[in-house]
Write a protein that binds this ligand. Structure first.
Ligand code: KG4
Length: 338
């Protein structure tokens, strides 16, 4: 029997999960409201909040799973990439616990965790999981990548953003319009009431399967500057149409490269991961591809799309099977690819 405790603290969510023989027993996440007032995550405040949350969150995950500490086989933790101060809280805690219990530590790459979220399942979960190889569109506040997945630990980035991430592009749109943070869910809600073809914004032309979103943001800013010269209330008058048109453009940019990746690889199993996968228009675009082009699409439940420890425990489980453990002196890392 393999029982893994997963710990995730790479950004602003403190999360712990318990997984036994590939089945999720608990997943507890404490989010941090402290950043709302600043319109973005403040790293120092994030690490302080992680310190307050880590003990009660791990405790709650063990209690909910009805697992005692001495039943744990290994501790899996996000070693990176992420905010260094945030990572250090989870990594130091995991190392201390592994040392105290005499169990191995497992290093998990946060991005691999997001991809493997598709395999997280509770005992009564019957949703289908992808088979290898499959493609994964990973879209979050910090990443936009098309990944080819050949095995749980064998992943290749086929394309990625050269500047802003898709979630960041949506967050900035909301910020420019003075709508609050995080902007993705606000734009999503507003866009449902607007006309997605009311306005046209610039789309990038980037080679290969890479993405760029910073030009869209600039095009949006210039458009608003010109429009507000004749109508200072332009944003208030056209909020929903602006949100819908901007969101449509983000989704079109994402799907255009994903279509190309499917054509070039011939792989038609396509999974969606990361916080932006909650987006209604993006989900609709996926469903439409499955109906019109015969893709087999996978969208995980919301709890496993944003940062969570269930996906970290899942990734840790594959490594535990392969006895791929991590030395206790390996440091956390802020940046990396897969
Ligand atoms: O994966 P995630 O929770 O972690 C980070 O990368 O921080 O992704 C957060 C991102 C944010 O940019 C947020 O605005 C976006 O996901 N997001 C959404 C929606 N829900 C969250 N974007 C569009 N529509 C949504 N419904």
């Amino acid at each position: 029997m393999i029982t893994i405790l997963g710990i995730e603290s790479s950004c602003d969510d403190t999360s712990a999960a318990v997984l036994r023989d590939g089945t999720l027993l608990s997943n507890v996440t404490a989010s941090q409201q402290v950043h709302e007032a600043y319109g973005g995550v403040v790293p120092e405040l994030a690490s302080r909040a992680h310190q307050q949350h880590i003990v009660p969150v791990v405790d709650a995950a063990l209690k909910r799973a009805a697992v005692k500490r001495d039943e744990l086989s290994a501790i899996a933790v996000t070693l990176g990439p992420g905010l260094m101060g945030s990572l250090l809280v989870g990594v130091s805690f995991a190392k201390g616990l592994a040392l105290a219990l005499g169990v191995p530590l497992i290093e998990v790459n946060h991005l691999q965790g997001h991809v493997l979220a598709h395999f997280v399942r509770t005992a009564d979960d019957t949703r289908p999981t992808p088979t290898y190889p499959f493609l994964c569109l990973l879209v979050s506040g910090g990443n936009s990548q098309i990944i080819r997945v050949d095995a749980p630990t064998q992943m290749t980035i086929l394309g990625q953003t050269i500047d802003d991430a898709a979630g960041e592009a949506l967050d900035k749109c909301a910020k420019i319009m003075g709508l609050g943070y995080p902007g993705g869910p606000i734009i999503d809600r507003l866009a449902r009431e607007g006309d997605p073809h009311a306005f046209q914004f610039a789309k990038p032309s980037i080679s290969g399967l890479n993405y760029s979103f910073s030009g869209l943001k600039t095009s949006f800013l210039y458009f608003l500057r010109d429009a507000m010269q004749s109508d200072p209330q332009f944003i208030e008058h056209h909020q929903a149409d602006l949100a819908a048109s901007y969101e449509r453009t983000v989704v079109e940019i994402l799907m255009q490269k994903l279509d190309r990746a499917v054509r070039e690889t011939g792989i038609r199993q396509v999974a969606l991961s990361g916080g932006v996968s909650a987006n209604t228009a993006l989900r609709q675009a996926f469903t439409a591809r499955s109906e019109r082009k015969g893709w087999q699409v996978f969208i995980p439940p919301f709890a496993y799309t944003t940062d969570n420890a269930a996906m970290i425990a899942q990734a840790g489980y594959y490594k535990a099977l392969a006895k791929d453990f991590c030395p206790l002196d390996k440091p956390a890392f802020a940046r990396t690819s897969l």
